[in-house]
Ligand binder design. Sequence first.
Ligand code: SF4
Length: 646
Amino acid sequence: MTNWYGWAGTILNVDLTNMKTSREPLTKEFATKYIGGGGFATRILYDEVGPEVDPLAPENIIIIGQGPLSGTVAPSGSRYDLISKSPLTGIYARSNGGGFFGPEMKYAGYDLIVIRGKAEKPVYLWINDEYAELKDASHLWGKDTWTTQRMIQDELRDPEVQVLKIGPSGENMGYSSCVIANLGRAAGRMSIGAVWGSKNLKAVAAKGNKWVSVARPKEFMELCQALIERAKGDPMYDIHTSYGTSAWVTYPDLAAEQKAKGQPREEHPLWYTNLDTLYDKNVACFGCALHCSHYYSVKSGKYKGTAGEGFENGPLARCRLVGVSDPAFVCEINNLCNQLGLNVQAPFYNIGWAMQLYQDGIITREDTDGLELIRGNEEIILQLVYKIAYREGFGALLDDSTRGAKMLGRGSDEYVSHHKGHTMGGTGGRLSDLRTTLNSAVATRASAGVQSQTRPDYRDQYPDEHLRKLGKERYDDPEVFFRQDSPDPKKALEVYENENTFALCDMTGTCHFASHQTLITEGVHDEDFAQLMSTATGVDFSIADLTRATERKNLLERSFNAREGIRRIDDYPYPFHYQLKYGKQHPRYDYSTFKFSMEDYDQVLDEYYRLRGCDQATGIPTREKLEAVGLKDVAEDLERRGILPR
Ligand code: SF4
């Protein structure tokens, strides 16, 4: 393929150890098999980073992947995938980010940036079309992300240069670290910021002056326009374009209480209305008609003057773990975390854990650098966020509560819950419904709601009759969304299908929120992706081709994790995982309150493995399935290592 459509056609290789960059052509075979973004990057990670590689060693790699729809007018084509081996969990790490960096990298002519080795001193990568250079970043080391971005743009004399960067947390190789685009577009999970820090990589700056060509422009444009128009008819559209993911917080936090009291859905409180005084303006990632983010400013009270970008449902939902419910505080902590390069959810999980230990007398001021860890004390929480970012004193323990508990001892591990080493905050375990629990527990990147999607009945915008219609259309079962606790095999099918659609978004470079797993009825469906991909790239993709590509990606992730020792026991929600591991119930959970039993869970997990083509006993992909999706070499690799199921 000499003319590339959709894809840019080039990989940028960066060798930090030898301070060199080189360009390499993409091949047609690789592009059509792995599609793009996370698909490309996962294959490269599998090939280059084995179980012998320490995530913080120079041998680990960082891959920034772009999809063929990124930088085009396809709905929400703004995303990039960041892939590595996670220092937090020691397994597959993927984080996805929005903003403007992804399309800019594409306009510079690259589908992939693969960063290897370790620089001797701090550097940043500057990409300007074909020109790519590693520049000294000693003067940037120690700076927060906002200052770093400004200094790089000043230095390059171009305020439109797009900059991915780490803050002090990543520099200190913190387990809560992340990578930030723009003011607050975080690739937040799995502590990939620490991998940047370990390599002395402060930032990647890009400016592109090319176009992304599409193969059939008229058809492609008409299709994109029709999809953007169609999305407006979705019941979720208005609320998502007004409040973004903040609107999702209503159901779990307040509406659930009302539901438990038997009140009808229409009366559930809309907590997001409190946000109207803070949100000044909607903000969109590149070319996104959903513009779901916001510029916010606090107009009164002790945080008056705080202004920034965001925030998502995560901090809104999690702030209650530390006893706070004031959205103005969420603005403050959101800014602070973005500047320090911290995953904004992590401090809530980890400080909430410490506050419970303090309340139960397991730790005292002697452990906490003299700080009194009382829930709701906002000043102390903000101080602790600094300590976490700089891994200073008690902050080193709080950076990751699973590790912190091991350091501390005293039974503090019983206050931590996790999936595959990724904390879920306190003794949370997602045992509220079977589908959401399965989604979170089987996620290859660990404890990740956004690897699949929360169920549609999670949203007040979809009334009961709508859900019945949807259940009938999708699963020939109008009641499927009303049986969240029963061991219905369709729960596994929902998760399998949702994972595939989200993988498709990640591979094409589009946003989950534009897909039909968020805009449930009128979002981009799999058949739309097939048309978008065909008209953009000029390669005819069927739905089956794309489904096979998503399966290939998931099986590569599962195989990567299998090499790292992940097995069936790691695909259980934490209380069950604990029970299987230690042969007794977890002392801090009341199992009688769970909505389903281990046997129920086993049934849907078995079905999930059947759909994925994984061995029931181990959860490892089978040879038959790997070969069916064109991964014979992976089957042979697993066999050589003695872990391929027989
Ligand atoms: S839907 Fe929101 S997060 Fe997704 S691309 Fe659009 S503005 Fe960004």
